[in-house]
Design a binder for this molecule. Structure first.
Ligand SMILES: [Cu+2]
Length: 67
């Protein structure tokens, strides 16, 4: 399984982590998501090959910024 790590700005608390995680889990091909507002990272595990821009767009759709 492939793992991608994104630097994401704007996550301020556990609620933000949950928002990001829940949104990204709706994407076909995303197996697992771990968002961390302290480090400002989102780690995504894929179960198939998808373009990382799909993930970046979803993060921005819900109001966060991909660095
Ligand atoms: Cu928050």
């Amino acid at each position: 399984m492939k793992e991608l790590i994104f630097n994401v700005r704007g996550m301020m608390c556990g609620g933000c982590e949950n928002r990001v995680q829940n949104a990204l889990k709706t994407i076909d091909g995303v197996e697992e998501v771990k968002a961390d507002h302290i480090t400002g990272t989102v780690t995504v595990t894929l179960n198939k090959e998808i373009d990382k821009s799909i993930i970046e767009e979803k993060i921005e759709d819900i109001g966060y910024e991909v660095a």
